[in-house]
Every structure is written in C-alpha cells, then in structure tokens.
Design a protein around this ligand. Sequence first.
Ligand code: PMP
Length: 461
Amino acid sequence: MTAPTAPVNADAGFPDPEHIAAVLDRELKRFVAEHPVAAGHHDADDAMLGGVPMPWMRRWAGGFPVIAAHAEGARITDTDGHQYVDFCLGDTGAMTGHAPAPVVAAASARLAAGTTMMLPTDDAAVAAASLRDRFGLDRWMFTLSATDANRAAIRFARHLTRRDKILCFSYSYHGAVDETLAVRAAHGRTVAREGNVGAPVDLDVTTRAVEFNDLAALEEALAHGDVALVIAEPAMTNMGIILPDGGYHAELRRLTREHGTLLLIDETHTFSVGPAGATGAWGLEPDMFTIGKAIAGGVPAGALGVTRRIADELLDDPEADLEDVGGIGGTLAGNALSLAAMRAALTEVLTPAAFAHATAVADRLLAGMNAVIAKHRLRWHALQLGCRVEYRFVADPPRDGTASYATLNAELERVMHLHALNRGVLITPFHNMLLACPATTMADADLHTEVFEAAVVDLFA
Ligand code: PMP
C-alpha cells in the first residue's frame, strides 16, 4: 500500500473541467508511451472498420484499446507486456473468470468432436435443466447471444397476444433490439434514443417507453391494451445500477397480469446477484426469461426460458412456424460448442460457492469505494448487486434512466478509467462498473481502492 493520503475535501461531484482535461492529457501521454505495440497497431491502415473488430472497442479510455495476448482468471496480459487486474470481465461475459478450466476442457473436447451438426448433443438437456432449476422457467431455447434471446421473446409475445407494442424502460439496454432502443420524450411520446442507427420505423409505433420505478406511468401505458410484453431487468444496469423501489416488482407483476401483458425478465447483467440471479433471490415470477454472456463461460451463447403454458401454446399453434422461416432461428443457435461450454460453466464454475466468494470480494470493493468517498467528502455514491459494484458521480442514486442519464460525465468517467488502466486495473468502458469473479482476490479489491483514491486525489487536488 502507498502512504496514506490527506483528504481533498471535495465539495463538488465533478472536479473542475479544465483540471480533468489536464489530468486526461497527462494520462493519455503515459498510456501512449507505455503501449507502443498497441499504438502501432492502431496507426496501421488495417482492414477493420474503425481499426477494431467491433466499433465499440474504440470506447476504451486510451482512445485505442490495448491488444489482448492472454487472459486467465481475473487477469489479462497485453501485447505490450502489461498485466491487468480485470474488473471488466467482458462486461459480464467472463463472470466465470477468463478461461475457466472446466469450460476449456469441455469446449476443447467438443471442438475436436464436431460443433455444427444441426443435431443435439447430450449437453443440451443438462444445460437446460440447470437453467430451469436456477431460474424456475420450465422450457428453454438456446441462442447465440442475449440480444437474440430478447428478439425471439418479443416475437413470441407479439404472436401470443396479437398485440403490437412492447414496453421498455427509458435508457435500459437489452442488446441491439430495435424495439428497445427507445426513450420516453418530455411530451410523453416514445422516440429513438440518441444515436440510434437506422431505426426501421418511428419508435412510437413499436414501443411504449416509461421511466423505471414509475408505477403510475406503467399503469397508464398498459391500460391502452396494446402492450404484448414488458421487458425489464430486475434492477437497471445500463445507466449505473438503479435498484427497484420496495414493492416495485410485485406491482409490475400484478399490473402486467391485470392487463394481459407478458413479463420478460432479462437477467443478462443481474445474474451477478447470485446463482439464481435476482429472479431467484427476489422471488420474481416472469413469463419469459432471457440471459446470455456469462452462462457459457466466454463462448457465445444465450438462452430464452418460458413457462410451460407459453411453450405449449406456441408448439400447438399451427400459425406459429417455429421450425423454418417464421422468424425464430439462427443456424448456429444451440450449437454443440456453446452447449458444451454452457454445461461446464453452469454445473462446474458458476456454483453457489463461486458466487459467495465473488460477492465477498465485491463487498470489499464497495467498502473501499465508500471509505474513499467518505474520507474525501465526495458527493458520489456506489451500489452493489452481488458480485458487481458501480460508482456514480452524484450523491443520491437516481431512480430512473432519464435522471441517471442527466448525471453522466463522460470526461470524468474516461479519466477515471484511464487513470486506473495506467495503474494495472481494467474497468468496463461503458460504465463505472467492476465485476468480481471466482478468481478475483481481496488483494485485487484493495488494489482498486488504492488506484481509485489516487485518481480522486489527482483530480481534486
Ligand atoms: N441484456 C442486457 C441487460 C444487456 O446489458 C445486454 C448487453 N450488455 C444484452 C442483453 C445483450 O447482450 P449481447 O450484446 O451479448 O447480445
């Protein structure tokens, strides 16, 4: 540990913007100087769109990403020879830790034994049973991503209810799902969220967006009788962690039932709450359930669970073409590689003991952040959802997406992330989010506390 630092007695949530810019400039110079290989890669006129495999990789705080060489457990080594403690963990895709041994063994064996036969393997039923036992939904279908699972759920719901619209919460995120890239505008209409690329139709046609935690708005929106499905995370995770008010989920369930609307719970991120997600921990009763990323230990996979009643209705409906070109599909969905990895991740890695350890590390991360926030009188806060912790630059946690969006400070976020990266700590580019995995240690949490305080002292000094 470094020598104790004196409190900076910050009396504002945000440091002076000019000072942020100066610290950012210094940190950027350090980042470029210490990453000549990644910088050279970035300069090359290569064939990738934006110089990266996916444009979102440009969001890393240094202006270009480090190039990953090796990842194992909670650590990543880059091609410049730096090692990082990884709290990003693939934005939950590596909640198992990187390259968990049971997944590596099962997936390697499957790769050598064929992956794309258009046939089930014996892993599939085991993976489905594990999902059923954790989350309570009776019947499961596999996809390649959480996005795919959400798209299928929306189609199912429209088909079953013969209704046009879905309801989502402003500034929620459920993947690249057309209907959900929407927010409620001041005049009450639903509009495309900022930057929505190529929305097929006016979002007001497909979606009713309301604010999370606003039961009156939810009831008003459902009363139109045209909402097929509410898609909800148990707690919002895309605009910081926004916890549901006490009793919110009970009312959400009551109102959806009363108005003949199906309820989809998307646990892609809130799976951090525990082995059965928030659904298990909080006793939620969705009609449909989606999840992706972590469940196959880093191999692409998603899953959609439905109640037995919904499964029977869909299978018995001669107008629902589930088997060919009815809009539910993906040739590689349910492939043998994803399911071998999923079986191993669910049965051998994402165990109650693994969650207990990762959550204890997250407790320590939270305690460290809170101590720094209190010591320096920052008007910030931090929240935890199981093995996930997130800090925000406001004193009081916002209760909905629009309120949280209004508190964003992209420059401050960037400099916090880059400052940490330059000191060996990776944080997810899109949030101030830190995730612990079975391999993350208490010492890793303490390292974060140390670099977090160092950034605060630099920024407010
Ligand atoms: N659901 C939620 C809650 C998400 O945050 C995300 C993406 N982060 C998704 C679904 C989509 O996941 P993917 O991009 O892996 O399809």
